[in-house]
Design a protein around this ligand. Structure first.
Ligand code: FAD
Ligand code: SIN
Length: 530
């Protein structure tokens, strides 16, 4: 049986909840989350939210920093919207009850991160995302028109059958419940807010839900996807076999942290960029990668010892405590760190209202490619993007609601399991998960080449074929759905990376080490037609 809503929102992070909250004024809303409703990248955000609040700052400076970090590929109209509307969205979040650190005079305690020329990061200690998620969920709970569907994993979008892929209207999605049943969920408007895809890589700061489901579903449905070659690696994650790439926030460098070689203790960032440790993230990650390769060290270190224990415990309580759990006292010793996959700068192409090219389908937050980030996201601009565009998309989506509700009248078939049986070779899934993530790390990581990309493509073609066979032969499980999605996202990253014949921002290839503004100051757009 189908369940119908005016707005079907896939994802309960900052973007999905911002959308849901505003949309609930116009109609019924369902928010689907793959696991518990707070689980997602938002929950783990540490550093903060970038917004122009200081008297010596301006939207023009925030715009300039964003475009410098993004290596000029940013869509300036989108950046302008974000930096101008950001402060009001932040204020709205505060009015919902979100609490951020303040100075004794009541003003926000603004911190700094890489690529920012000013202090403009609002933060809640070092667990900003937790506070954002808490405040938004509490506000959503006050709205009777919002329903949460937890542990419900969207499988694929449902498209009307009468039009070709890319033009067919999105009518909702099929979703797998934890008990193995598959539901048909209808939305007059469907909104992808499924976050990033860090799990495509072997080492990532992202939680397990970040498997790029939204991008993969949208691509299979004929949506345009762009700039997937720009996967951001965060320079500093705790180097420890059991730490699962725990993030060491860039705010530590913003507050004076020093990157050093593990073996000699030498600082090295000044050799790579005049801003030293506060250079944009792509530069820092590449510098660390190069130094690790040059010295043979397994990691570099981030030294905070000069800041003193009292300050560190007060300013970074979560990071301090977590490092201690892994035997590192950051007040007494430098923290061992390595880069890990962190943020998907590309995604589903949208306009400034979150609209994709698929009628009835919107995308907001990390899953989208609005043009804000260009070739490399400026730190703390993504919570901001989720707040701004999650809210913004509602105007267009609610305007089309009266006409879109007619679409709910169209009959759609329930999920057809065909001849699928219970799997008796789940080992294939485990093996392929590992292969995809490892080959992406080794061949499509921080430094690339045409040869490595070709290797990755050959292996991925084979793996995707195997996964397709498995998908149709056996009853679906969340594991196999996620595997299919990471393989599709890996394919998109390789495709975009192969097309771009230059180095820019996060895409660095040995074959074309320079940027080529004449030919390549343009997005890499991929679309499936057949
Ligand atoms: P998410 O918050 O990731 O939410 C995705 C949602 O989609 C989840 O609810 C998930 O369950 C759901 N979902 C996914 N697939 C499916 C499916 N198939 N079916 C149903 N539901 C699905 N950015 C900043 O600006 N500042 C920071 O300080 C910062 N720190 C970060 C620290 C860490 C460790 C990480 C990982 C990221 C950080 N980022 C930061 C990035 C930022 O947190 C994310 O880009 C942002 O939170 C993404 O929000 P979102 O709403 O788009 O997606
Ligand atoms: C961090 O705290 O370093 C993460 C900030 C971000 O990803 O924007």
């Amino acid at each position: 049986m189908a369940h119908s809503f005016d707005f079907l929102v896939l994802g309960g992070g900052v973007a999905g909840l911002s959308f849901a909250l505003e949309a609930s004024r116009h109609g019924t809303v369902a928010v689907l989350t793959k696991r518990a409703r707070s689980e997602g990248n938002t929950l783990y955000a540490q550093g903060g939210i970038a917004a122009v609040l200081a008297p010596d700052d301006s939207p023009a400076k925030h715009l300039e920093d964003t475009v410098v970090a993004g290596a000029g590929l940013n869509h300036k109209d989108v950046v302008q919207i974000c930096v101008e509307e950001g402060p009001a969205r932040l204020q709205a979040l505060v009015e919902l009850g979100a609490e951020f650190n303040r100075r004794t005079n009541g003003e926000f305690d603004l911190t700094r991160e890489g690529g920012h020329s000013k202090r403009r990061i609002v933060h809640a200690g070092d667990v900003t995302g937790r506070e954002v998620e808490r405040a938004l969920l509490a506000a959503c709970d006050e709205r009777p028109t919002i329903t949460f569907l937890e542990n419900t994993c969207a499988i694929d979008l449902i498209l009307e059958r009468s039009a070709p892929r890319g033009q067919a209207r999105c009518l909702g999605c099929y979703a797998l419940k934890d008990d193995g049943t598959i539901e048909t969920l209808r939305g007059a408007v469907t909104v992808l807010a499924t976050g990033g895809a860090g799990k495509v890589y072997l080492y990532t700061t992202n939680p397990d839900v970040a498997t790029g489901d939204g991008v993969a579903m949208a691509y299979r449905s004929g949506a345009k996807v762009a700039n997937m070659e720009f996967y951001q690696f965060h320079p500093t994650c705790l180097f420890h076999p059991d730490a699962k790439s725990f993030l060491i926030s860039e705010a530590l460098r913003g507050e004076g942290g020093r990157l050093k070689l593990r073996s000699t203790g030498e600082r090295f960032m000044q050799r790579y960029h005049p801003m030293g440790e506060l250079a944009p993230r792509d530069v820092v990650a590449r510098a660390i990668d190069a130094e690790m390769k040059r010295t043979g060290d397994e990691c570099v270190t981030l030294d905070m010892t000069h800041k003193g224990k009292a300050y560190l415990v007060e300013r970074f309580p979560n990071i301090y405590a977590t490092c201690r759990e892994f035997g590192v006292d950051m007040a007494a010793q430098p923290i061992p760190v390595v880069p890990a996959a962190h943020y998907m700068c590309g995604g589903v192409v949208t306009d400034v209202s979150g609209k994709t090219n698929v009628p009835g389908l919107y995308a907001v937050g990390e899953v989208s490619c609005t043009g804000l980030h260009g070739a490399n996201r400026l730190a703390s601009n993504s919570l901001l993007e989720g707040l701004v565009f999650g809210h913004r998309a509602v105007a267009a989506a609610s305007a089309e609601l009266p006409a879109a509700r007619a679409g709910l009248g169209q009959t759609v078939a329930d999920w057809d399991p065909g001849k699928a049986v219970q799997s008796d070779e789940a080992v294939v899934v485990a093996q392929n998960w590992d292969e995809v993530r490892r080959l992406m790390w080794n061949f499509v990581g921080i430094v690339r080449s045409g040869k490595r990309l070709a290797r990755a493509r050959r292996r991925l073609d084979l793996l995707r074929e195997e996964i397709r066979e498995y998908y149709w032969a056996f009853k679906v499980t969340r594991d196999v759905l996620e595997l299919r999605n990471i393989a599709d996202v890996a394919h998109l990253i390789v495709e975009c990376a192969t097309r771009r014949k230059e180095s820019r921002g996060l895409h660095y290839t040995l074959d074309y080490p320079e940027s080529d503004d004449q030919n390549w100051l343009t997005d890499t757009v991929v679309q499936r037609h057949a």
